[in-house]
Design a protein around this ligand. Structure first.
Ligand code: 13P
Length: 264
């Protein structure tokens, strides 16, 4: 039986805690079978509220796991504004998105920073959702250029990360071509499949294990919604989706879960 992961990245939404609880509650109510894992990543300020909503509904059918959208590489210290991996763990957070292109663009996050964050998050027992993906200018040069870009990102972001099976298994890679994010210009599903296979090969190499390509999870992100999600997840190599805009709408979330359910 296949296993797929659906991750909601709320980004800097919504503006109020009340709205956050409403959206989170809707995600919890969407009935998900055992082979679909759902993860919701709200802004830091709503994590605690969402965690207590989850605790109050321990038997909810579509029990979503909690994720954060970023993490710092130190557990505590004089780092104004930062949140460490241990703090997230203490809240019941299981996943953390690292290296999203929006952070790389607006906050100047470098591969070296992403690398440190991944090491710290894995060390604290978190699962990492590492985002990689090429800008439009690179994609215009062709698939080979896009693959080279992603290969370089993976090599830098995962440099020195333990290839221990148990640790490597906690790294999920989300392929998010920058030109497809929030634009409605979603990537061609066959291209995404090819990129997922390529990424899995890179992971085998980086984690020094042929089995890593079978074990690893590679997701697609970029203008995914209820209508197109099955086009991507129909492929065995595409293990799930990282969804922005559509993840904030209860009906779209439900549609995405339903679309995954119909896949065989
Ligand atoms: P959209 O689904 O809004 O295109 O965002 C994708 C994304 O960046 C998820 O991390």
């Amino acid at each position: 039986m296949f296993k797929k992961i659906l991750i909601a990245n709320w980004k800097e939404h919504p503006k109020s805690g009340r709205e956050a609880v409403k959206i989170f509650g809707a995600a919890m109510r969407a009935k998900t079978p055992k082979n679909i894992k759902t993860v919701v990543c709200p802004p830091f300020v709503y994590l605690e509220k969402c965690a207590s909503t989850a605790v109050r509904r321990p038997n909810a059918k579509g029990r979503a796991a909690l994720g954060a959208q970023d993490v710092f590489w130190k557990d505590e210290g004089p780092y104004t504004g930062e949140v460490g991996p241990a703090m997230l763990r203490a809240l019941g957070v299981a996943y953390v998105i690292i290296g999203h292109s929006e952070r790389r663009r607006w906050l100047g996050e470098t591969d070296a920073m992403v690398n440190k964050k991944i090491g710290a998050a894995l060390g604290a027992g978190l699962r990492v959702v590492l985002c990689v993906g090429e800008p439009a200018g690179v994609r215009k040069k062709g698939i080979a250029a896009a693959q080279k870009f992603v290969k370089d990102q993976l090599a830098k972001d995962l440099r020195g990360i333990s290839s221990d099976k148990k640790i490597a298994r906690r790294v999920v890679v989300a392929y998010e071509p920058i030109w497809a994010i929030g634009t409605g210009d979603s990537a061609d599903p066959a291209d995404v499949r090819a990129m997922a296979v390529f990424i899995k090969k890179q992971l085998s190499f980086l984690f020094k294990s042929p089995a890593a390509s079978r074990r690893s999870f590679v997701l697609y992100g970029g203008s995914v919604n209820g209508k197109n999600i099955a086009d991507y997840l129909q492929y065995e190599a595409v293990d799930g989706a990282l969804v922005g805009g559509a993840s904030l709408k209860a009906d779209e979330w439900k549609k995405m879960v339903e679309a995954i359910k119909t896949l065989r």
